[in-house]
Design a protein around this ligand. Structure first.
Ligand code: CP
Length: 311
């Protein structure tokens, strides 16, 4: 049984086959309408979500399966003190696969170690968000044609943004990627990420002003300042509008620069940018459904060619 805790849990060959499957799903959706007949997905969300939970549910419904779950800890027995380990043992009796989001880093890993069914990390604290990374990689691969040879700027809250941490680790396995980290000093990428970049001799630089580098980027990955991870409200208020992507800043960018954002957006991309053909963040959310469909099929053993065979 395979789980997904980090995007690195899949080899790049496995990811490539997963993306090919997701691409086929995009083109031939009706072909997959009964692949998961009789199967159930549990979504156990201890933290708020729109995209991740609903795209998982849409993915399972598109495959002909059913969904059950909870969308906040307060409506589950976690409110009475039940542990994640006990919860997943019980969920294993009710469902065939589980997606779990939790504010504590490592909680999905604890669940996986006790689970009788495949577990997917749907976001754990400021740590990892592997299915957002699968979504990001599929979007880049589909719209850019390759996962190699580009300059990507990651802008905003690079300290607490788990989507950024997962994406950087995943992109380190591809060739000729130049990273530009754009953040205020207080929200720089953590040392464990820059250490991983140094170990791989990756090309990266850290800057503060978006205007200074936007013209060099092939992809701009904007992120929200993560209010829920700040220790005090004053710091959040001081930093929340540090970056706002506007039409004026887009005018400095390449004609084919792709703008991505895991969403939700707060103020960091002005709504006037939504009509720019380079704004791909809503399309990106759509790719999240295709890749989650491919992932559910794969972890349930219903896409036997995606994962490497066990030795
Ligand atoms: N991108 C993302 O994780 O969005 P949600 O928090 O709405 O799931």
């Amino acid at each position: 049984m395979r789980h997904l805790m980090s995007p690195l849990d899949f080899s790049t060959d496995e990811l490539e086959r997963l993306f090919v499957l997701a691409g086929d799903i995009e083109k031939n959706m009706p072909k997959y309408a009964h692949v998961c007949d009789g199967k159930k997905l549990a979504t156990c969300f201890y933290e708020p979500s729109t995209r991740t939970r609903l795209s998982f549910e849409a993915a399972m419904l598109n495959l002909g399966g059913n969904v059950l779950g909870f969308s906040e800890a307060s409506s589950s027995s976690a409110a009475k003190g039940e542990s994640v380990s006990d919860t997943i043992r019980v969920i294993s009796c009710y469902a065939d696969i589980c997606a779990i989001r939790h504010p504590k880093e490592g909680a999905p890993m604890v669940a996986a170690s006790r689970s009788g069914i495949p577990v997917i990390n749907a976001g754990d604290g400021g740590h990892q968000h592997p299915t957002q990374t699968l979504t990001d990689l599929l979007t880049i691969r589909s719209l850019n044609g390759t996962l190699n040879n580009f300059t990507i700027g990651l802008c905003g809250d690079l300290k607490f943004g788990r989507t950024v941490h997962s994406l950087i680790r995943a992109l380190l396995r591809y060739e000729n990627i130049n990273f530009v980290f754009i953040s205020p000093d207080e929200l720089k990428v953590p040392d464990y990420i820059t250490n991983a970049l140094d170990e791989k001799n990756a090309s990266y630089k850290e800057v503060t002003k978006l205007e200074d580098v936007i013209g060099n980027l092939d992809i701009l990955y904007m992120t929200r300042v993560q209010r829920e991870r700040f220790f005090n409200e004053e710091d959040y208020i001081r930093l929340k509008d540090f970056y706002v992507l506007t039409k004026e800043k887009m005018a400095l960018a390449k004609e084919n620069m792709m703008v991505l954002h895991p969403l939700p957006r707060v103020n960091e991309i002005s709504v006037e940018v939504d009509d720019d053909p380079r704004a791909m963040y809503f399309k990106q959310a759509q790719y999240g459904v295709y890749v989650r469909m491919a992932l559910i099929m794969t972890l349930l053993g219903l896409a036997p060619d995606v994962l490497d065979k066990e030795a």
